[in-house]
Write a protein that binds this ligand. Structure first.
Ligand SMILES: [Zn+2]
Length: 473
């Protein structure tokens, strides 16, 4: 059986789940379900990243042990994903014992291969606690970290270094040739541009930080949280004979780690490389960046309360192209929900069920040929285009195609005027319509799993009217 291994970023437990986390996670789930529909052994790995100074500090503020603090937030992420119907194969935590062991094994291999310096180097610089990394002077704006609006602290420490510079030529070639395919294209260009400017060796350990995974070759150091977290993908993949990853879905802010540092680490230990890395965009809410200070952070629960699980999945992915930045507003989401789900899909299903209440429709499996020959449309093309859109991570386009098909079915019903027909004539028209809905439903499944299940049940056997799939807002 063909495999397809998808990962989302594992989220840092200094923050509770919000829609910025839910967005790529739902997208990854849609892809996983899509590949499963195609007969692949598709698996999605999600999880949380739990070590580092920031977590140790946050735990201290709450008078908790770091692990207890991480347990609580990690559980919130897990519950949020379960609530959104995310079909993950494992929720991995970087505090899981098998991950700690695998990370140490990986780091030891890097050390043995000479990819990590034998002795630590002394480093002096400006350190941003929020980022958990040293910042170069060029990265600062008016002396502040532009992301955290805080002044980095002067800091010197001994760190072990990974010899990233050694992989510059190789990485450039692998990315240029799409051996590691980075998309969207604009992001690939950005990464290649940065490689050409030259790579630098990177620090991979911290001294005097207890909340982390000890380096196996020097236990007075713990692994730099980013380096160790990347290994989570390999922890699952290698233990389940499922490596390499077919797709790392990441935010554009962490593309550098996934496109450069992670493949270099794998090259250093002669392991297989991830095939694709896709960087999604970020969104603002009513034109503003989501932030705790502004108090405009939206939790997945808030969306689910309003739109239901499938409604939430829909509005998250339909709003704008996945690789780009966009803006969410409650008004725009309400409009999307009402127009496409309550009116478009919901109305069609209710209307057809009503027309079928007193007739018997045969339970044949919907076949592409039947639909294409019965309804003079480009439906066959829609299916091909839908697959292409999804395989190019254009969820918005795939959804537009589904809604084109809904309009085609509506149009067919309006032309045939089945409400004026009787007996076999009515059955003949409605058989075509019901088959078309069953066929359409296959395309809905990855996006709206619960709704798709309901439609499947409603259009099997005797067809009856049901409460509306999506009550209007
Ligand atoms: Zn910062």
């Amino acid at each position: 059986m063909n495999k397809f291994f998808i990962t989302t970023p594992i989220y840092y437990v200094n923050d509770v789940p919000h829609i910025g986390h839910a967005y790529p996670t739902v997208a990854a789930d849609v892809l996983t379900r899509y590949w499963k529909c195609k007969g692949y052994d598709a698996r999605l790995l999600v999880g949380t990243d739990e070590h580092g100074a920031k977590i140790a500090e946050a735990a201290k503020k709450h008078n908790q042990q770091p692990k207890d603090y991480a347990d609580k937030i990690s559980e919130e992420f897990k519950q949020a994903w379960e609530k959104l119907d995310i079909d993950f194969v494992r929720f991995i935590r970087t505090t899981d014992e098998d991950h700690i062991k695998m990370a140490q094994k990986f780091l030891q291999k890097l050390y043995d291969k000479g990819a990590i310096d034998a002795k630590p180097r002394l480093y002096k610089g400006l350190y941003c606690v929020g980022h958990e990394k040293f910042m170069s002077p060029e990265e600062l704006v008016n002396g502040l970290c532009p992301d955290h609006q805080t002044k980095p602290i002067e800091h010197s420490e001994e760190n072990y270094y990974f010899k990233l510079t050694a992989y510059q030529k190789q990485l450039e070639q692998l990315i240029t040739s799409d051996t590691i395919k980075i998309s969207p294209q604009s992001r690939k260009n950005e990464i290649l541009g940065k490689i050409k400017q030259g790579l630098e060796d990177i620090s991979i350990s911290r001294a005097n930080l207890e909340w982390g995974i000890p380096l196996p070759f020097d236990c007075s150091h713990t692994a730099y949280v980013w380096i160790e977290a990347l290994i989570n993908y390999y922890t699952y993949g290698s233990q389940n004979n499922f490596w390499p990853a077919d797709l790392h879905l990441v935010g554009k802010d962490i593309l550098w780690f996934h496109a450069i540092i992670w493949p270099a680490m794998l090259l250093a230990i002669d392991e297989k490389l991830p095939k694709q890395i896709f960087a999604h965009g970020f969104f603002t809410v009513n034109g503003q960046k989501m932030s705790k200070t502004l108090g405009n952070v939206i939790s997945p629960d808030q969306l689910v309360e309003k739109y239901g699980v499938d409604g939430t999945r829909y509005v998250l992915l339909a709003a704008f192209p996945f690789g780009e930045d966009g803006d969410f507003s409650w008004d725009a989401l309400d409009r999307l929900y009402n127009a496409d789900l309550a009116n478009g899909l919901g109305n069609l299903v209710a209307r057809v069920a009503k027309l079928c209440e007193n007739i018997t429709i045969s339970d044949n499996n919907p076949s592409i040929n039947k639909l294409v020959t019965s309804i003079p449309t480009t439906s066959g093309d829609i299916t091909t285009l839908y697959a292409k859109a999804l395989e190019n991570y254009r969820f918005d386009e795939a959804l537009k195609l589904i809604w084109d098909e809904i309009r085609i079915i509506d149009h067919y019903i309006n032309n045939q005027q089945p409400w004026k027909l009787k007996g076999q004539n009515l059955i003949n028209v409605m058989q075509v319509v019901v088959d078309a809905i069953r066929y359409l439903n296959l395309k809905l499944q990855p996006f709206l799993p619960e709704t798709s299940e309901k439609i499947l049940k409603q259009f099997s056997g005797a067809i009856k009217s049901q409460p509306p799939l999506f009550p209007r807002i």
